[in-house]
Design a protein around this ligand. Structure first.
Ligand code: NAD
Length: 543
């Protein structure tokens, strides 16, 4: 098509309130009730075909672990092989398709997700399957995924528009080719939108993808795959292969066409990937791109000038929303004695007042943690804290597995700034607080910087401009997303590009041009209009 095509200017999808009396509340509640009665059969989707296997697993609700929501059919090595073949077949047309046509599929997917039919389904699947409250599901599964798809199209347009200069007599061009081979997208349980983005971003840039979702997010991720099919994604472009992560990965990494890893999850798993790819490097056709966003030990530091009410709200929301299972969740806080004295009681009281339970009851602020493994890990941290002389349990500390994997929102006060819960990623609703003498502000900034290997998110609370600046400078490398007088969670696509450094990942900023650039391999084209016909240069002429 002749024409300089423009992507519609993206705007962030408005977050619906689901307040009593709103149409969205009635519609979502109806879908929740319906889906709670269903048992969804989830196949692998390979080359556009539903593939049923013998490796069948239940999908259960974290807040009601007896409740079976679905059954997924896991991929074995032969299915992975089939997915690689399907990708190869899909690559031939998809990698050559005009980028505006590829973008149209994702723009259409975004609009389908705006519609109540898909919005309710994917939000309800996230609430039931991953135990998110309606607000947490809405900002993730609906709004962030819509934003990823729309903004990525806009950033792709910017990338393709970036062209080199041309000297007289020639025309230079950059062509942003997809990678040769397939991309392996491995997504975590905690954000539905991340599954859609890890698979969608490389696909938008013309690549084909094998998408292995987390076994605890299969339900919502399966519906994303169905939505993409409805939006017109051609067969074989994204192949959905839930199942045994180790066996699937073995087959994927053994293939010479493996061209890139798009990963979000824990640091240990990502480091394992990097080591294995490094060890096999000579077996691949190209150097695989490795993009990974991983764990965090995200902090809030308050200056003596901090507003205690704003600080308390950020601590509660930052630490306990989605049960602290956000990579960006605040899990360590450094509070000066003077501010602590003014907020301690209200912080404890507020934490004790938090309602926890089934997200289908909209009065709850928290649901359950994702599975038994997370529950056992968090309970053991809490039990050790109760026995420790270094720590006082100010609120919470309880756990109950009778119906669901429930961990109480917990405040720990540690006298040791390097106590285990100040340093390690727990991934649960546990906030450890260290109270420092007001005059130790500068030393405390150093402490924040050196306490953990991670560098994902962090926040400073200060009403003193010079102190806020000091924190920004001292903590320059301590967080890839840094907040001043705001909680360290809730990054919005197109507004705060997200990712961390050090052990927290490659910092390729999901939902930005920086990420999309990792999925292309540029070709420089030089065309000369009137090429020389004599090899000799003027300097070679006789005197
Ligand atoms: P996880 O590492 O357990 O799993 C992530 C993915 O890796 C899943 O698909 C899982 O099946 C797969 N996996 C696990 N072990 C594997 C193995 N041995 N071989 C191959 N694949 C394997 O992480 P999770 O519990 O799903 O997610 C929570 C983690 O993700 C936390 O550490 C959190 O901080 C991190 N996270 C980071 C970001 C970010 O942007 N930095 C965002 C969300 C989550």
């Amino acid at each position: 098509m002749n024409g300089s095509i423009r992507i519609p200017a993206p705007i962030n999808e408005p977050v619906l309130s689901y307040a009593p009396g709103t149409p969205e509340r009635a519609s979502l509640k109806a879908r929740l009730a319906e889906m709670a009665q269903e048992v969804t059969e989830i196949p692998c989707i390979i080359g556009g075909d539903d593939v049923w296997t013998d490796d069948v697993h239940d999908v259960r609700s974290p807040h009601d672990h007896a409740k079976v929501l679905g059954r997924y059919h896991g991929a074995g090595p032969e299915h992975v092989q089939r997915a690689i073949e399907a990708g190869r077949a899909g690559w031939d047309t998809w990698s050559r398709m005009a980028w505006v046509d590829r973008a149209a599929v994702f723009l259409r997917a975004a609009d389908l997700l705006v519609s109540p039919r898909w919005r309710d389904t994917i939000n309800a699947a996230t609430m039931l399957g991953q135990s998110k409250t309606v607000h947490q599901a809405e900002i993730d599964a609906a709004c962030e995924l819509i934003d990823f798809w729309r903004f990525n199209c806009h950033f792709a347009e910017e990338i393709y528009a970036e062209q080199p200069r041309s000297a007289p007599g020639m025309w230079n061009r950059s062509e942003y080719r997809p990678l040769e081979g397939f991309i392996y997208a491995v997504s975590p349980f905690n954000f539905t939108s991340i599954g859609g983005n890890l698979s969608g971003a490389p696909a938008l840039m013309g690549n084909v993808v094998l998408w292995k979702p987390s076994h605890t997010a299969v339900l919502s991720n399966y519906f994303i795959m169905r939505l993409l099919q409805e939006a017109g994604l051609p067969a074989g472009v994204i192949n959905f292969i839930p199942g045994d992560s180790v066996a699937i990965t073995d087959t994927v990494l053994a293939h010479p066409d493996f061209a890139g890893l798009h990963f979000t999850g824990s640091t240990g798993v990502f480091q394992m990937f990097w080591e294995r790819i490094g060890a096999a490097i000579s077996s691949y056709r190209s150097y695989p791109r490795i993009v990974g966003e991983t764990g965090g030990k995200d902090f809030i530091i308050a200056h003596p000038s901090a507003n205690p009410d704003a600080l308390r709200t950020a601590m509660i929301r930052g630490a306990f929303e989605y049960q602290g299972q956000k990579c960006s969740a605040a899990s360590r806080a450094y509070v000066p004695e003077s501010v602590w004295a003014r907020m301690k009681d209200s912080l404890i009281e507020t934490t004790r007042g938090i309602r926890m339970g089934d997200p289908a009851d909209f009065r709850n602020f928290m649901g359950a943690v994702i599975d038994e493994k997370a529950f056992v890990k968090l309970s053991s941290y809490l039990d050790r804290a109760k026995d420790s002389d270094d720590v006082e349990v100010l609120a919470g500390g309880g756990h109950d597995r009778s119906k669901g994997w429930f961990i109480e929102p917990t405040l720990l006060l540690s006298r040791d700034p390097r106590y285990e819960t100040m340093c390690e990623e727990l991934f649960g609703p546990v906030l450890t607080i260290y109270v420092y003498p007001d005059e130790a502000w500068a030393e405390t900034l150093k402490l924040v910087d050196t306490t953990s290997p991670y560098a994902l998110t962090g926040a400073v609370f200060s009403d003193d401009r010079a102190a806020a600046r000091e924190a920004m400078d001292a903590l320059r490398h301590s967080a890839g997303n840094f907040y001043v007088n705001d909680k360290p969670t809730g990054a919005v696509v197109g507004q705060q590009p997200f990712g961390g450094s050090r052990a927290s990942g490659t910092n390729d900023k999901a939902g930005s041009a920086m990420n999309l650039l990792r999925w292309v391999s540029a070709r420089s084209l030089k065309e000369t209009f009137d090429p020389p016909t004599d090899y000799r240069y003027p300097f070679m002429g006789a005197e």
